[in-house]
Design a protein around this ligand. Sequence first.
Ligand code: 5GP
Ligand code: MN
Length: 342
Amino acid sequence: MILKGFEDLKEFLSKPRNIVIVGHRNPDGDAMGSTLALSHYFSKKGHQPTVVVPNEYPDFLHWLPGSDATYRFDWQNSQAQKAIKNSDIIFLLDFNALHRVGTDMQNSLEKYENDFAMIDHHQQPDDVKYMYSDTEICSTCQMVYQFIEMNNDLDLIDTAIATCLYTGIMTDTGSFRFRSTTSKTHRIIADLIDKGAQNDKIHNNVYDANSYGRLLLLGQALSNLQILPEYKTAFITLTEAEKKKFDFQKGDTEGVVNYALSLKDIIFAAIFIEDTEQQIIKISFRSKGKFSVNKFARTYFNGGGHDNAAGGRFDGSMEEVTENFKSLLPKYIEELNSSYEA
Ligand code: 5GP
Ligand code: MN
């Protein structure tokens, strides 16, 4: 755990400030939940917070309280730039390095003259003035709860804050099932329910909001699944043509990689998704046990993340990426076979 400049930050925030709060590109439940929760909290403390979202995020997160008041850096660029320019400090949530917001926004953040504060649970964080980094914590939302706790402000958590925090903890823990889910996580979740988070509605809004197209796309993904039992590995591919065929919307492929990991005896899963707009193959990796997909993604696919959930990218064709991926596995055969004991 790194806690840097906390007392100075507290002092800085003892006066009303203009605060910009940023999450990573392609926001997930934890990025949206944590940025919105922190924004609601700062409003209650008398600050003027603005959440700037790098790009589009899935429909199943648009219901989050405060979502309408955010600026999108890509299509509300002048408002977003203005908020950044007028801010006294920028909070970076749920990411560890500036390039995770995308090139355009990264360029604009690199020119920023005031200080950054980071609250994040990814490995190898960039060094900024104020930092709260802990790779042991399941989600940035849990960290925001603990940040509010460190400020002795748990009483300020209302229904909106509780709802946002619950959402990010739920999505980043795979609904409270990953190893990162601790008794403390459950105690925090219990408190968030007491403070107004409606657990059944949150689960419904996030997980039971599928379009028919999304289910058909999942069907396609599952029929593309390949299993490599000797490496306890399974992977899925989705081409741009397949995405188009089923009317792909942002967020439709979220969680699909977990189906590969749900196979008995599979401990390493990947999904390769063609993205012709960015001209890359976007990759998600998941693992069980000791095999670090963070390390794997960093070493071979320009990415990173956590030990059991990471992502990366590949410049080339679907065929090249899958061949490349398969050619890497023999080197890890022992590690893969001893990674996880059920
Ligand atoms: P997902 O596979 O759900 O997109 O991401 C899983 C985890 O890996 C998340 O914590 C995410 O922040 C991280 N991640 C995904 N893609 C990348 C990437 O391209 N670079 C890095 N450094 N991390 C990534
Ligand atoms: Mn997260």
